[in-house]
Write a protein that binds this ligand. Structure first.
Ligand code: FER
Length: 180
Protein backbone atom coordinates (compact mmCIF):
# COMPACT_ATOMS: atom_id res chain seq x y z
CA UNK A 1 0.00 0.00 0.00
CA UNK A 2 3.09 2.23 0.21
CA UNK A 3 2.20 3.87 3.49
CA UNK A 4 5.44 5.84 3.59
CA UNK A 5 4.45 7.48 0.33
CA UNK A 6 1.31 8.86 1.93
CA UNK A 7 3.02 9.84 5.16
CA UNK A 8 5.46 11.96 3.13
CA UNK A 9 2.60 13.48 1.13
CA UNK A 10 0.84 14.22 4.45
CA UNK A 11 3.85 16.12 5.76
CA UNK A 12 4.38 18.04 2.53
CA UNK A 13 0.71 18.99 2.47
CA UNK A 14 1.35 20.90 5.70
CA UNK A 15 4.58 22.60 4.63
CA UNK A 16 7.56 22.24 2.35
CA UNK A 17 10.43 20.24 3.77
CA UNK A 18 13.91 18.94 3.03
CA UNK A 19 14.69 15.22 3.12
CA UNK A 20 16.38 15.84 6.43
CA UNK A 21 13.26 17.53 7.86
CA UNK A 22 11.17 14.53 6.83
CA UNK A 23 13.65 12.15 8.39
CA UNK A 24 13.50 14.12 11.64
CA UNK A 25 9.70 13.90 11.66
CA UNK A 26 10.00 10.12 11.74
CA UNK A 27 12.88 10.09 14.15
CA UNK A 28 12.01 12.67 16.76
CA UNK A 29 8.57 14.08 16.34
CA UNK A 30 5.05 12.86 16.96
CA UNK A 31 4.65 10.47 14.08
CA UNK A 32 7.85 8.67 15.03
CA UNK A 33 6.18 7.68 18.29
CA UNK A 34 3.76 5.36 16.57
CA UNK A 35 5.01 4.92 13.05
CA UNK A 36 8.62 4.38 12.09
CA UNK A 37 10.45 4.68 8.80
CA UNK A 38 14.04 3.90 8.10
CA UNK A 39 16.35 6.62 6.95
CA UNK A 40 17.25 4.40 4.00
CA UNK A 41 13.62 4.21 2.85
CA UNK A 42 12.92 7.92 2.77
CA UNK A 43 15.25 9.05 -0.04
CA UNK A 44 14.22 6.30 -2.52
CA UNK A 45 10.58 7.12 -1.76
CA UNK A 46 11.18 10.82 -2.44
CA UNK A 47 12.76 9.85 -5.77
CA UNK A 48 9.70 7.75 -6.67
CA UNK A 49 7.33 10.54 -5.71
CA UNK A 50 9.29 12.96 -7.90
CA UNK A 51 9.16 10.53 -10.85
CA UNK A 52 5.40 10.20 -10.37
CA UNK A 53 4.98 13.97 -10.35
CA UNK A 54 3.43 13.92 -6.89
CA UNK A 55 6.08 16.19 -5.41
CA UNK A 56 8.61 18.70 -6.74
CA UNK A 57 11.63 20.48 -5.33
CA UNK A 58 13.65 23.63 -5.50
CA UNK A 59 17.20 24.15 -4.38
CA UNK A 60 17.92 26.32 -1.38
CA UNK A 61 21.43 27.57 -0.86
CA UNK A 62 22.77 27.54 2.65
CA UNK A 63 25.95 29.50 3.26
CA UNK A 64 28.44 29.50 0.40
CA UNK A 65 28.57 25.88 -0.68
CA UNK A 66 25.76 23.92 0.90
CA UNK A 67 22.70 23.31 -1.19
CA UNK A 68 19.61 21.45 -0.13
CA UNK A 69 16.57 20.21 -1.96
CA UNK A 70 13.33 21.49 -0.50
CA UNK A 71 10.34 19.38 -1.47
CA UNK A 72 6.74 20.48 -1.86
CA UNK A 73 3.56 18.70 -2.85
CA UNK A 74 2.10 19.14 -6.33
CA UNK A 75 -1.59 19.39 -7.19
CA UNK A 76 -1.42 15.77 -8.36
CA UNK A 77 0.16 14.80 -5.04
CA UNK A 78 -2.50 16.58 -3.03
CA UNK A 79 -5.12 14.74 -5.03
CA UNK A 80 -3.44 11.39 -4.38
CA UNK A 81 -3.27 12.15 -0.64
CA UNK A 82 -6.97 12.99 -0.57
CA UNK A 83 -7.86 9.77 -2.40
CA UNK A 84 -5.84 7.71 0.10
CA UNK A 85 -7.33 9.50 3.12
CA UNK A 86 -10.91 9.21 1.92
CA UNK A 87 -10.70 5.58 0.85
CA UNK A 88 -12.73 3.30 3.10
CA UNK A 89 -10.71 0.52 4.71
CA UNK A 90 -11.68 -2.88 3.40
CA UNK A 91 -10.62 -4.95 6.36
CA UNK A 92 -9.08 -4.43 9.76
CA UNK A 93 -5.84 -6.11 10.60
CA UNK A 94 -4.89 -6.81 14.21
CA UNK A 95 -1.42 -5.38 14.77
CA UNK A 96 1.13 -8.05 15.64
CA UNK A 97 1.97 -8.14 19.33
CA UNK A 98 4.66 -10.66 20.28
CA UNK A 99 3.47 -10.65 23.86
CA UNK A 100 0.11 -12.06 22.79
CA UNK A 101 1.94 -15.02 21.32
CA UNK A 102 3.74 -15.54 24.62
CA UNK A 103 0.47 -15.23 26.50
CA UNK A 104 -1.05 -17.87 24.27
CA UNK A 105 1.72 -20.37 25.07
CA UNK A 106 2.20 -19.28 28.67
CA UNK A 107 1.30 -22.66 30.19
CA UNK A 108 4.63 -24.02 28.93
CA UNK A 109 6.47 -22.14 31.70
CA UNK A 110 5.89 -22.20 35.46
CA UNK A 111 3.39 -19.98 37.23
CA UNK A 112 6.24 -18.04 38.85
CA UNK A 113 8.00 -17.45 35.55
CA UNK A 114 4.75 -16.46 33.93
CA UNK A 115 3.99 -14.02 36.71
CA UNK A 116 7.42 -12.47 36.25
CA UNK A 117 7.02 -11.81 32.54
CA UNK A 118 3.54 -10.38 33.13
CA UNK A 119 4.76 -8.12 35.93
CA UNK A 120 7.63 -6.92 33.80
CA UNK A 121 5.22 -6.16 31.00
CA UNK A 122 2.92 -4.39 33.44
CA UNK A 123 5.72 -2.09 34.60
CA UNK A 124 6.62 -1.19 31.02
CA UNK A 125 3.03 -0.38 30.13
CA UNK A 126 2.48 1.64 33.30
CA UNK A 127 5.45 3.83 32.34
CA UNK A 128 4.13 4.19 28.81
CA UNK A 129 0.63 5.00 30.04
CA UNK A 130 2.03 7.62 32.41
CA UNK A 131 3.95 9.41 29.64
CA UNK A 132 1.06 9.26 27.23
CA UNK A 133 -1.41 10.57 29.80
CA UNK A 134 0.88 13.50 30.61
CA UNK A 135 1.39 14.33 26.97
CA UNK A 136 -2.31 14.02 26.31
CA UNK A 137 -3.23 16.25 29.26
CA UNK A 138 -0.83 18.92 27.99
CA UNK A 139 -2.19 18.70 24.46
CA UNK A 140 -5.76 19.10 25.71
CA UNK A 141 -4.78 22.03 27.91
CA UNK A 142 -3.02 23.84 25.08
CA UNK A 143 -5.64 23.16 22.41
CA UNK A 144 -8.91 23.53 24.22
CA UNK A 145 -11.56 23.30 22.87
CA UNK A 146 -10.31 20.69 20.46
CA UNK A 147 -12.42 20.27 17.35
CA UNK A 148 -12.18 19.32 13.70
CA UNK A 149 -9.88 21.81 12.05
CA UNK A 150 -7.89 22.61 15.20
CA UNK A 151 -4.18 22.58 14.45
CA UNK A 152 -3.56 19.48 16.57
CA UNK A 153 -6.80 17.66 15.88
CA UNK A 154 -5.18 14.62 14.23
CA UNK A 155 -2.52 14.45 16.91
CA UNK A 156 -5.28 14.55 19.52
CA UNK A 157 -7.08 11.60 17.89
CA UNK A 158 -3.96 9.45 17.73
CA UNK A 159 -2.84 10.30 21.24
CA UNK A 160 -6.24 9.76 22.85
CA UNK A 161 -6.38 6.33 21.21
CA UNK A 162 -2.89 5.48 22.52
CA UNK A 163 -3.87 6.51 26.08
CA UNK A 164 -7.01 4.41 25.93
CA UNK A 165 -5.08 1.42 24.60
CA UNK A 166 -2.50 1.63 27.40
CA UNK A 167 -5.21 1.91 30.06
CA UNK A 168 -6.89 -1.20 28.72
CA UNK A 169 -3.59 -3.02 28.41
CA UNK A 170 -2.57 -2.21 32.01
CA UNK A 171 -5.97 -3.34 33.22
CA UNK A 172 -5.74 -6.61 31.28
CA UNK A 173 -2.26 -7.31 32.69
CA UNK A 174 -3.41 -6.61 36.26
CA UNK A 175 -6.41 -8.87 35.92
CA UNK A 176 -4.26 -11.61 34.35
CA UNK A 177 -1.67 -11.46 37.13
CA UNK A 178 -4.44 -12.09 39.67
CA UNK A 179 -5.00 -15.45 37.97
CA UNK A 180 -1.44 -16.71 38.47
C1 FER B 1 2.46 11.33 20.36
C2 FER B 1 1.52 10.91 19.44
C3 FER B 1 1.16 9.58 19.37
C4 FER B 1 3.05 10.41 21.22
C5 FER B 1 2.68 9.07 21.14
C6 FER B 1 1.74 8.65 20.21
C7 FER B 1 4.48 10.07 23.07
C8 FER B 1 1.31 7.26 20.08
C9 FER B 1 1.91 6.26 20.69
C10 FER B 1 1.43 4.86 20.61
O1 FER B 1 0.47 4.58 19.87
O2 FER B 1 2.02 4.06 21.29
O3 FER B 1 2.83 12.63 20.45
O4 FER B 1 3.94 10.91 22.11
Amino acid sequence: MRVLKHAILGFLDKCQMSGYDIMMEFKEREIGQFWSAKHSQIYPELKKLLDEGLIEYHIEVQGTKLEKKVYSITEKGRNELKIWLSKLDEDIITPKDDFMLKAYFVSSISKEEAKLIFENRLNQHKVKKYHLENKFAKLVEENSPIKYGSENFGHYLVLSRAVERERTYVNWLEESIKLF
